[in-house]
Design a protein around this ligand. Structure first.
Ligand code: ADP
Length: 381
């Protein structure tokens, strides 16, 4: 088959799929509409049955209220579609006439008064259904406007944060590079210092870009978990090996409980959570202070703890630090200010595994981060 034929076949196939999808959507809409009309008829039938039971104890005007209540119910439960509510209003008027207006069990109206009652009932029920649907559409419009405003606000915060955080490293890189372009004016030591600046700031820029991409992918659901059974001990040792250079100057105390079961997890993502938490422990505590890492099982979960001996976190920040772009007032001792995305990424990943993540302050100083992961076949605590 030549290329042209293949293209024609692909085109025919994709338009057939589009047509099928269109028919499927139409059928689904028709099914929803039929159900809505059946519900409207059933509500009128229920009102009639209840009305018959109450007929001997309540007067006709109260029975009208019962039908009007039914119309309101149909109007509010149909997502702004007027058809079922109009049908309910018409059927209610007919049923009221048939069952509760003399001569009974007939559509004839003996007294002209009743004719007015029926007309008023029809108009009121139509008006109620119309107003209810208008209110519903109004509420929906307000909700959409609110979502739009929040999205806009988030985008602005995002753009302000990203441009501010990228400007600092970019300015340093540009300044260092422009000085390096005049090598005759600088000593070898300054040369090295500038090159180091460029390296460090590029690393920082890279971190920002990686974190931003990661949160976008996590939020859009583009990242699918690839869970396998893993030993938490292997994962922790692996991470500590990767962070050996950064951990230089901190003593790490690792406690892993005996007989830890294998945990179903996506090891790349969970390693990222542990890396983010240990990197924060390094960033927000002084060199030479210990970092304690432990893992044990508790209530059908594995509990991982990462504690440092830094300044800790203000109580009002304990919840907020897991929000996107939130940075508490804690100053980093390594002068390596972050971007406020690390913990938001951790929260996404842990929750996607069915676990929880939270922070506490140690009574003896420092911050403690905990997260749980459910054991095989268990829900989180
Ligand atoms: P950042 O990239 O700014 O570090 P994170 O999302 O990782 O962003 O952390 C959010 C905020 O939480 C930080 O700005 C910091 O104030 C606070 N924080 C995180 N970890 C610690 C810690 N171990 N000790 C004290 N404060 C911390």
């Amino acid at each position: 088959m030549n290329q042209k034929q293949t293209n024609v076949n692909q085109f025919t196939q994709s338009s057939a799929i589009d047509r099928l999808m269109f028919i499927k959507d139409r059928l689904l809409l028709a099914k929803t509409a039929i159900i809505a009309y059946i519900i409207a008829i059933s509500i009128v039938a229920i009102c009639t049955v209840v009305g018959n039971i109450l007929f001997s104890v309540v007067d006709q005007s109260n029975l009208i209220m019962l039908y009007l209540l039914g119309v309101v119910f149909v109007a509010t439960s149909n997502n702004g579609h007027q058809g079922p509510a109009i049908l309910a209003a018409l059927l209610s008027t007919l049923a009221f006439d048939f069952f509760f207006i003399p001569p009974f069990l007939s559509f004839n109206v003996s007294d002209i008064q009743y004719f007015f009652t029926l007309m008023v009932m029809l108009v009121i029920s139509q008006t109620i259904s119309h107003l209810t649907i208008r209110v519903q559409r109004h509420v929906e419009a307000i909700r959409n406007a609110k979502i739009k405003a929040e999205t806009e606000q988030l985008r602005n915060i995002f753009l302000t944060s990203i441009s501010h955080d990228m400007r600092t490293p970019l300015t340093i890189i540009m300044g260092s590079a422009s000085t390096l372009l005049q090598p005759e004016k600088i000593s070898m030591d300054v040369h090295k210092e500038l090159a180091r600046n460029i390296y460090e700031e590029s690393k920082r820029l890279n971190n920002i870009v990686v974190n931003v991409l990661q949160i976008i992918r996590l939020e859009s659901g583009a990242i699918k978990l690839s869970k396998r059974l893993h030993s938490i001990e292997d994962i922790l040792n692996n991470v500590l090996e990767r962070l050996a250079e950064e951990l230089h100057g901190h003593s790490v105390k690792l406690h892993i409980a005996k007989y830890m079961p294998l945990i179903p997890l996506d090891h790349i993502l969970i390693e990222q959570v542990i890396i983010n938490l240990i990197e924060n422990a390094i960033k927000y505590s002084k060199v030479n202070t210990p970092i304690e890492i432990s893992a044990r099982t508790i209530n059908k979960n594995v509990l991982i703890k990462i504690a440092d001996k830094g300044k800790g976190i203000e109580p009002h920040d304990l919840e907020n630090i897991f929000n996107k772009f939130y940075r508490a007032n804690t100053k980093s001792d390594t002068d390596n200010e972050g971007f406020g995305l690390g913990l938001a990424i951790c929260k996404h990943i842990v929750q996607a595994h069915g676990g929880k993540i939270w922070a506490e302050n140690d009574r003896n100083g420092g911050a403690i981060f905990y997260f749980t992961l459910p054991l095989p076949g268990e829900a989180c605590i």
